[in-house]
Ligand binder design. Structure first.
Ligand code: AVJ
Ligand code: FE
Length: 437
């Protein structure tokens, strides 16, 4: 059991580091230290921050070691310096940052070998190791966003996702009303904000079978969606007027055709692919235009986890098994979402597809603690972000690894954000008599 946990922790750390290596070795040192967007850190900051967090939690907190380079802690503290100013910090140079992260990792593997994976919440079931692997993978997604924002020819390549289609699928699925279990108290590497498991009463609703596609979104654009104030929340309307926004980020219109730039390549917008790089405001406006609304976070999780026959919540839409390549588009295996309707093996018991992977899905909900929430192991992971400023995103994108994506996993961001790998699906209330069983 504990050997199995140790192997899982080792696998998760190794997988993350191999992705980090790819993301930080496919461009030259100049590009590693450059700021590609004021919204993002230089890639070399992420690299040393990954190593520094790992050192702080696994070497200092878990193993009780002394700081290796105490003078760099403040440089890599995300709360001390906003992203736009990070290029001005005394950053470790690329070779130094690589050496530091790999030095930390070497010592961590030794600590992992010797630490009993029980005897306190931080080490039980290898939590701290899982937390750090998730942290690295989250920064690998952040670095992929930086790659997407970077100008110039492609630095990354990946095979195309499998073909799929939503033809023949119903547009929406009815989720019957009633209570379900939201969140978890048993998932060993679940982060603090996913805990504890609790009952939620969710009235019957309908939810889209697949995420909203680029083609459907184009209909909103062509119907004048961006110039009709009726569809927009006040702050969203301000944002589109002030910044002249008329399409998802990275789209442009040329010769009567929509094109988009994706990792250094310009291509026609694929009509059947889930729409990507929209803000919460754009998602919310589209849903209102369509006569629908965004799902609440609880509705999303019920659609993804509730098994109506067994009346229990599963870890994933398809059951309790970890995600495999036939169930979900995760882990930067592909550098784009798969067409809507793909991954039939990943569908939920009620037939909802692509809840996990492809695009992060905006929900209508603010990022709030569950009843019984306790910050763990540090307030700055979740607690300081709770409130009405951030909206919850669910389900993970093609850019996040399975270790940082679960049916219970909660992501959050500001509603104006568009550079993230965000899309959405829509929902509507059901007649309370519908779906009684
Ligand atoms: C959970 C993705 C919002 O990137 O800000 C990384 C994850 N926390 N380092 C973020 C995180 C600390 C976090 N998100
Ligand atoms: Fe971080």
């Amino acid at each position: 059991m504990t050997d199995d946990l140790r192997r899982r922790a080792l696998d998760a750390l190794t997988t993350a580091r191999s992705r980090t290596a790819t993301l930080t070795s496919c461009v030259d040192d100049h590009e590693l230290t450059a700021q590609h967007s004021p919204l993002m850190s230089p890639l070399v900051w992420d690299l040393a921050h990954i190593g520094n967090q790992e050192e702080q939690w696994l070497l200092r907190t878990v193993a009780g070691r002394e700081a290796m380079r105490p003078e760099i802690d403040s440089v890599y503290d995300a709360f001390e310096h906003p992203r736009a100013l990070r290029p001005t910090l005394p950053l470790l140079a690329p070779a130094e940052a690589r050496a530091y992260a790999s030095d930390v990792r070497g010592r961590v593997l030794d600590v992992l070998d010797r630490t009993p994976l029980e005897g306190g919440p931080l080490v039980d079931a290898g939590f701290a190791f899982g937390m750090i692997a998730q942290h690295e993978q989250q920064h690998d997604e952040t670095m992929l966003i930086t790659h997407q924002l970077r100008k110039g020819p492609a630095a990354l390549t990946a095979p195309e996702p499998p073909a799929g289609s939503a033809k023949g699928l119903p547009a929406e699925v009815l989720v019957p009303g009633g209570p379900f279990t939201m969140g978890t108290s048993t998932e060993p590497w679940a982060l603090d904000n996913e805990r504890p498991a609790h009952q939620r009463l969710v009235p019957a609703f309908h939810i889209d079978t697949v995420p909203v596609t680029c083609g459907a979104y184009q209909a909103f654009i062509e119907d004048g969606g961006y110039t009709d104030r009726r569809w927009w929340a006040a702050e969203g309307w301000d944002q589109v007027r002030r910044h002249d926004i008329a399409a998802p980020l990275f789209w442009r219109r040329e010769g009567g055709q929509w094109l988009r730039r994706r990792f250094g390549v310009t291509e026609p917008v694929p009509a059947d692919e889930p729409v990507l790089h929209v803000s919460w405001y754009e998602a919310d406006a589209y849903a209102r235009w369509a006569g629908r609304r965004l799902p609440t976070e609880a509705e999303w999780e019920k659609a993804a986890r509730h098994d109506p026959d067994a009346d229990r919540s599963r870890r994933y839409p398809w059951g309790d098994a970890d995600p495999g390549p036939s169930q979900a588009n995760l882990g930067q295996r592909h550098l784009r979402p798969a067409p809507a309707g793909s991954y039939p093996e990943g569908e939920s018991p009620l037939g909802v597809r692509q809840l996990i992977g492809d695009v992060w899905e905006w929900t209508s909900s603010d990022f709030l603690p569950y009843p019984g929430f306790a910050p763990f192991p540090y307030r700055e992971y979740s607690e300081v972000f709770f409130g009405s400023a951030h909206k919850v995103l669910r389900g993970g994108s093609f850019a996040v690894d399975a270790v940082a994506c679960r049916g219970t996993f909660r992501n959050w961001d500001l509603p104006v954000r568009r550079q993230i790998f965000s899309g959405f699906r829509t929902a509507r209330d059901a007649d309370p008599q519908e779906g009684r069983r």
